[in-house]
Design a protein around this ligand. Structure first.
Ligand code: ADP
Ligand code: ZN
Length: 617
């Protein structure tokens, strides 16, 4: 270990500007550098790239990185070039002359890392190149990124990935590393089998994303709630997920009228607009992308500060993946969702009406139930989420239920009233009408059906409408009520309702008021986790935006948010101090050091000036 860790640490420091390895990175780097194989399962933002980039630099020859994400290769390579690493890529977006030039550089030993699309790698031409390099021991390693693409059961299946087993057969002496953020055991086994990684050491990192704060709010006025949430994220980049294309278009248009830089993205748009919007999201600062789930795969923009869901995802797997796009850089980020009864009804209907076999529907219902359980959680949301993925975790202190534990109340009586209203109206109505009856509202519909005459009419006046909605939703989520897909979502009682109706059990429910309380609390005292932008931070951000534009690269490729925050708070005065800032290695210090130090100096002079004046007066 000692022999290897010194040069590895030196490179970590000088190239990437980091002081220490994270989690299993050190072990993985060491294993690869010594010629071993690894299978790495780490969540998004866990730091997978270093696991192959560093060994590629440490070993002789060029590291070959297989990635299906062609659209990202340019940015990945740009980021490496900024760090002084000799990197390039080969995929179908390059013209023939550029591709040839890259191949020549590969053969001439001028590259440390080469990113290749799988279909490109599998061509006779490229394999021929690899044969030549391998003969001279000049392939440092093979890294197979997004390795879950070999899984035929996953949604990202790529047939070419299966053929990547050829690397093992053809170049048995070259170390390989497969990486993925997909956690489940099935996918893991499939990767091992299909890529011939039976001997590889498996590294499974915790899937916790401690910097992401999870928040679920009861939906009452979704646009108002979204606007209030976004007010805490001015100038931040983020994603707003909606279920339908129509809602994406409408929400994006509405946000624009509110002065927010929002762009739409969904599969119904033409390819060009989609690409433009994605590009702007990645390259510009502070774009809010309003999108269907068609957006996000392979977006490795590190400074996405929030992911907001206006509709409920269909499973915790989907939710974890979508929210995981926030805060890859480790800086505080928020996963925020509005959740309402309609979500339950819509998802249950979708499953009921689908043509899928019964077994499949059963699994989908279970997944939905887990998702609902998360929304209705009275305890720590993070520990619930992680337990679902097989990890135990105590209360996190960084989710809404930890920060503002919801009150529980005995909802047995209310539940019985609600269910009795459903029973007495023939189980033919939705929640809205039932609540009107309970609260004794004389609506047209109530009159039409003569529901004023019911014994339940007006018996629920003691609870407000929001509380009743909460009761209905929790009964639905808990499976005591079922929304009938064939009758416009009419609420029917299930067998699970019987013990409550008969008074055999008590039912504890979450109180709805927690949201208002937390909203007030949050506006009064901004979260200490979300750094407030200082004047220097803003100056640095503007400098970064201009520099990025000049070079035609995304802002984060120049410097990450975290680096800007550290610069703004530590205020380095000398080139040496500058090198102590995380994310600034030798190449960036040489290139941007003068500009950064000047900005810091100017800000300090300015601040001194202000303090001086204040003291004098
Ligand atoms: P992944 O590919 O697993 O999603 P990345 O490799 O993109 O994650 O790394 C996520 C972020 O963490 C990047 O901003 C990266 O620079 C940073 N990072 C990785 N390793 C370290 C480390 N040892 N110290 C500090 N930051 C790190
Ligand atoms: Zn928590």
């Amino acid at each position: 270990m000692a022999e290897l860790s010194m040069p590895a640490l030196r490179l970590l420091r000088s190239v990437f500007g980091y002081d220490s390895f994270r989690g299993a990175q050190a072990e993985i780097v060491e294993l690869l550098s010594a010629g071993g194989d690894a299978l790495v399962l780490m969540p998004t933002g866990g730091g997978k790239s270093l696991c192959y980039q560093l060994p590629a630099l440490l070993r002789a020859g060029c590291g070959i990185v297989v990635s299906p994400l062609i659209a990202l290769m340019q940015d990945q390579v740009d980021a490496l070039l900024q760090q002084g690493v000799k990197a390039a890529f080969l995929n179908s977006s390059l013209d023939a002359a550029t591709a040839m030039a890259t191949e020549r550089r590969l053969l001439a030993g001028e590259l440390d890392l080469l990113y290749v699309a799988p279909e490109r790698l599998l061509t006779d031409r490229f394999l021929g190149l690899l044969d030549r390099l391998a003969g001279e021991n000049r392939i440092a390693l093979f890294a197979i990124d997004e390795a879950h693409c070999v899984s035929q059961w996953g949604h990202d299946f790529r047939p070419e990935y299966i053929q990547l087993s050829i690397l093992h057969e053809r170049y048995p002496r070259v170390p390989r590393i497969a990486l993925t953020a997909t956690a489940d055991a099935l996918t893991r086994d499939e990767i091992r089998r299909r890529l011939g990684l039976g001997e590889a050491r498996v590294f499974v990192a915790s899937f916790d994303r401690p910097n992401i704060r999870y928040i679920v709010v009861d939906r009452d006025n979704p646009r108002g709630q979204l606007a209030a949430f976004l007010a805490g994220h001015r100038f931040d980049a983020g994603i707003v997920y909606c279920l339908s294309r129509k809602k994406v278009d409408e929400t994006a248009a509405w946000l624009q009228t509110q002065g927010i830089a929002a762009l739409p993205y969904h599969a119904g748009m033409d390819t060009e607009s989609r690409r433009d919007n994605q590009q702007r999201f990645v390259r510009d600062d502070g774009i809010v992308m309003v999108a269907t789930i068609a957006f996000g795969m392979g977006i490795d923009k590190p400074d996405v500060r929030f992911v907001a869901h206006l509709d409920l995802p269909k499973s915790l797997e989907a939710y974890y993946q979508e929210t995981g796009r926030a805060g890859r850089d480790g800086e505080p980020a928020e996963a925020w969702m509005t959740y309402g009864m309609n979500d339950v009804v819509i998802h249950r209907q979708r499953i009921d009406e689908s043509a899928a076999p019964e077994e499949q529907k059963r699994i989908e219902r279970q997944k939905l139930d887990a998702m609902l359980g998360y929304c209705e959680a009275a305890g720590c949301r993070r520990s619930l989420l992680l337990r679902y993925f097989g990890e135990e975790h105590g209360p996190c202190g960084n989710c809404d239920t930890c920060i503002n534990p919801p009150d529980l109340w005995d909802g047995t009586e209310a539940a019985r009233k609600f269910m009795s209203a459903a029973l007495r109206t023939g189980q033919r109505f939705g929640a809205g009408h039932l609540i009107d009856i309970l609260r004794g509202k004389s609506t047209e519909k109530v009159a039409q059906f003569g529901h004023e005459a019911l014994p339940t009419f007006g018996v629920g006046g003691d609870l407000d409408e929001a509380t009743w909605r909460g009761v209905a939703r929790q009964l639905l989520a808990g499976g005591l009520l079922h929304a009938d897909a064939h009758h416009y979502g009419a609420l029917k009682l299930t067998d699970a309702a019987r013990p409550v109706l008969k008074g055999e059990t008590t039912l504890m429910l979450r109180r709805q008021a927690a949201r208002a309380k937390s909203a007030r609390k949050r506006s009064a005292a901004p979260s200490p986790l979300l750094p407030r932008a200082s004047g220097l931070f803003e100056t640095l951000r503007q400098w970064r935006a201009a520099t990025a534009r000049e070079q035609g690269v995304p802002a984060y490729v120049i410097l990450h948010d975290r680096t800007l925050h550290e610069l703004a708070s530590l205020r380095p005065q000398t080139p040496d101090e500058l090198l102590g800032i995380p994310g600034i290695g030798a190449a960036k210090a040489a290139r941007y050091g003068a500009a950064l130090l000047a900005a810091v100096q100017e800000a300090s002079a300015h601040d001194d000036g202000i303090i001086g004046t204040a003291a004098a007066s």
